[in-house]
Design a protein around this ligand. Structure first.
Ligand SMILES: Nc1nc2ccc(CNc3ccc(C(=O)NCCCC(=O)O)cc3)cc2c(=O)[nH]1
Ligand SMILES: N[C@@H]1O[C@H](COP(=O)(O)O)[C@@H](O)[C@H]1O
Length: 199
């Protein structure tokens, strides 16, 4: 299956996906799209000889126009599945309706807890003893799609945002590739109503 990865920054999860699909006959990353230029994730794609491109949302007058360009690049590349890996633009129903069931995201908390843009900081501030990360199908409502897999990460008493983020990233780099391979292999899928995981 042909896979695209959308990024906005460092791309450590992109790197994990690249490493996990190297030599795989199940899934092949054929395209990396960033909404920001000069980010480390684009260097990672180039090093892996994966086609990459920048689609700058600031050059578009509307979210829909930006998403039309995204959709057309993905469709032209014959992409089957799309992974959001640190992609920080909220997608509208225009894009989600076209890619529902083929579009997954990785979030650094045990959803439904700690949705939003600072999940790691929010978990620390809340004083919970366990957090983690979640892979989910993308729905219009942010961080609210059907959950595919999760990993728990204990919060140590002396954990800082940096040390906790490091532990969460380690867990992310395990569950995201596994979820993608299961999806690409047809081991899991979203049901027709878009509200249940079918294995
Ligand atoms: N519709 C849909 N789209 C998404 C786009 C990105 C992510 C990644 N996680 C994200 C979670 C939250 C945000 C966020 O609130 N950013 C500040 C506003 C940025 C903006 O104006 O766009 C971004 C990405 C998840 C989703 C999702 O669950 N559903
Ligand atoms: N969506 C969140 O953004 C971060 C991206 O990190 P990277 O993959 O760019 O290193 C990860 O923590 C991911 O869960």
């Amino acid at each position: 299956k042909r896979v695209a990865v959308l990024i906005s920054g460092n791309g450590s999860n992109l790197q994990a996906l690249i490493d996990a699909t190297k030599g795989s006959t199940i899934a092949e990353i054929v395209l990396v799209i960033s909404n920001k230029d000069n980010v480390k994730g684009l260097e990672r794609a180039k090093l892996a000889n994966i086609t990459s491109m920048v689609i700058d949302h600031k050059l578009h007058n509307s979210r829909e126009s930006f998403e039309q360009q995204l959709d057309s690049a993905l469709t032209c590349a014959g992409v089957d599945f799309v992974c959001l890996a640190g992609f920080m633009r909220v997608l509208t129903g225009y894009f989600v309706s076209r890619w529902r069931g083929r579009l997954i995201n990785l979030h650094p908390s045990l959803l439904p807890a700690f949705k939003g843009a600072d999940a790691i900081g929010d978990a620390l501030a809340a004083g919970v003893r366990v957090t983690g990360c979640s892979v989910h199908f993308v729905e219009e409502s942010v961080d609210a799609g059907v959950i595919i897999s999760q990993a728990a990460v204990p919060i140590a008493i002396n954990d800082t945002k940096e040390t906790l983020a490091e532990k969460i990233h380690t867990a992310e780099h395990k569950i995201f590739p596994q979820a993608l391979l299961d999806l690409a292999a047809g081991k899991i899928r979203l049901n027709q109503e878009g509200n249940r995981l079918v294995t």
